[in-house]
Write a protein that binds this ligand. Structure first.
Ligand code: GAR
Length: 215
């Protein structure tokens, strides 16, 4: 693949977006973020994009009558940038099956849990409430099942008695900032693919998710 064209979707702070911008600037990703699109106006992630001279676009979901029309507008805008890869980085919207299908095999998400544990929201609180010994983050291909697509790489973090949901989230973010650029780099290098058999890295099927602490 020639230098990979990446569109990043955000809803908020965009710290994962920043990690991708920085990794790309350092040459760790053979790719370029060609646009950043937020469904919420005025968020910090849009400022981060603009500061790096990346088109920073808002498509406010509240101005659309339903999910389908928003997703259609979003896809139309994304496709103007002809991306090889769509990266969800704190994009807090449920996507229609049509949208997911359109980007099948070329859309990644990061989720703040060790999937399949804690799909959906409030993952830090739920891990603490369950008395889990460890927490983590997962990068996965996006499929029709919410937070249910095949996981590529996970991180691991010991939960301590003093952890609150906020402190756990804060401690997890730097791990997210390590695993997401790695996976995006693999995809852009043509090493990572979603095949009918599952995820492959360097042509070998991953039977279980890769673990950051085992790389
Ligand atoms: C990150 O923790 C990410 O894992 C999470 O939102 C945060 C976004 O932070 N994503 C989800 O919960 C998706 N279901 P950021 O805007 O600073 O990258």
């Amino acid at each position: 693949m020639n230098s990979c064209r990446i569109v990043v979707l955000i809803s908020g702070s965009g710290s994962n977006l920043q990690a991708l911008i920085d990794a790309s600037k350092r040459g760790e990703i053979d790719g370029r973020i060609v646009a950043v699109i937020s469904n919420r106006p005025g968020v910090k992630g849009l400022e981060r994009a603009a500061a790096s001279n990346i088109p920073a676009i808002t498509i406010d979901h509240t101005t659309y009558p339903d999910r389908t029309s928003f997703d259609q507008a979003l896809a139309a805008k994304i496709d103007e940038y002809a991306p090889d890869l769509v990266v969800l980085a704190g994009f807090m919207r449920i996507l229609t099956d049509e949208f997911v299908q359109h980007y099948s095999g070329r859309m990644l998400n990061i989720h703040p849990s060790r999937l399949p544990k804690y799909q959906g929201l409030h993952t830090h609180q739920r891990a603490i409430d369950a008395g889990d010994a460890e927490h983590g983050a997962s990068v996965h291909f996006v499929t029709a099942e919410l937070d249910g697509g095949p996981v590529v790489l996970q991180s691991r973090l010991a939960i301590r008695a003093e952890h609150t949901p906020d402190s756990l989230a804060a401690e997890l973010l730097p791990q997210e900032h390590r695993i997401y650029p790695l996976v995006v780099a693999w995809f852009c290098a043509g090493r990572l693919a979603l095949t009918p058999e599952g995820v492959t890295l360097d042509g070998r099927k991953l039977d279980t998710p890769l673990q950051l602490d085992a790389l």
